[in-house]
Design a protein around this ligand. Structure first.
Ligand code: C5P
Length: 285
């Protein structure tokens, strides 16, 4: 049996540049893996793909993106499908944290190890992209610029150590609906050139200064203002929504501030976590 950890991601920067011919959007993002991880196991069974998930609200069949990832792995490698997959959910779903994509990434990395196929990261990312735009990043992980659909990845300097509080309001956001809302709105674009400079130089203050997420302009999450206020009051140096939301993250320089902020947010929100940046994606342990 192979055990894999699947880190969540946050978007330090997310801009929508336009629409691609395939209907997807062309993006410019800065992605960061954090140490809030789902735990996945993969093993051989009696043939076919079987999946169980600790959260009964998620589908446990072919509708689950992790199941689709297993099917895509077997199709690409021409191996007869045979996998028993378990998912221990820690990352909230419909949260803007790539929880589903992280599980899909973990399944591909886990099956590669289980079957000894020794695929390159690029080959695994190609399989991952067939099931979701964020899966390639969730395989690679760390700190990356992600372009096009999100699959064109360039490593930049790792974000220096810090404490990242995540707070997810109750109501999830559909990514498809978020993109549709963006299509129907005028968007002010954040400064990707300065952000890229800051990332390339490992300039933490610059990253905090030039961070941005255009989904904040088109997705209304009423709790966002209140969460940001709590984060600001506790000394957060950057507070912003992740992906298409609704999760808001706050970056802190010391753990005491992060923990007192999280304690305050926990009075109102169920899903609150204190995390740290990590330099890897889905990883066999
Ligand atoms: O690829 P994924 O399944 O994660 O995409 C979820 C939704 O977000 C889809 O509706 C897709 O059209 C949209 N999307 C997009 N452009 C991207 C990534 C996702 O329009 N680059």
């Amino acid at each position: 049996m192979i055990k894999v950890i699947a880190p969540a991601k946050i978007n330090l920067f997310l801009d929508i540049l336009g629409q691609l011919e395939n209907g997807f959007h062309s993006l410019f993002m800065v992605m960061q893996s954090v140490d809030l991880c789902d735990e996945i196991t993969v093993d051989k069974g009696n043939g076919g793909i079987a999946l169980t998930c600790s959260d009964a609200r998620l589908p446990q069949d072919g509708r689950n993106i992790a199941y689709k990832a297993a099917a895509a792995f077997f199709e690409a490698t021409k191996i007869e499908p045979n996998a028993v997959i378990t998912i221990e959910k820690k990352i909230p779903f419909e949260a803007g944290l790539a929880g589903g994509s992280a599980d899909a990434a973990a399944v591909i990395v886990g099956l590669d190890c289980l079957y000894g196929t020794n695929l390159s990261v690029k080959a695994m990312c190609d399989i991952g992209l067939t099931v979701g735009s964020d899966v390639p990043f969730c395989i690679k992980g760390g700190t990356c610029i992600a372009q096009n659909r999100g699959e064109v990845l360039s490593e930049v300097k790792p974000l220096r150590d810090c404490f990242i509080v995540l707070a997810k309001p109750e109501k999830g956001v559909s990514t498809a609906a978020a993109f549709a809302a963006a299509d129907n709105s005028y968007i002010y674009h954040p400064d990707s050139i300065r952000m890229l400079d800051a990332c390339s130089n490992g300039d933490f203050d610059g990253i905090c200064k030039y961070a941005g997420n255009v989904f904040e302009q088109v997705i209304e999450v009423v709790e966002r203002v209140g969460i940001k206020e709590v984060m600001r009051n506790h000394g957060s140096v950057l507070y912003q929504m992740s992906g298409s939301g609704p999760t808001v993250f706050g970056i802190f320089n010391n753990i005491q501030d992060a923990e007192t902020c999280a304690d305050e947010l926990k009075k109102e929100y169920k899903d609150v976590f204190v995390t740290r940046p990590v330099g890897h994606g889905a990883k066999v342990i």
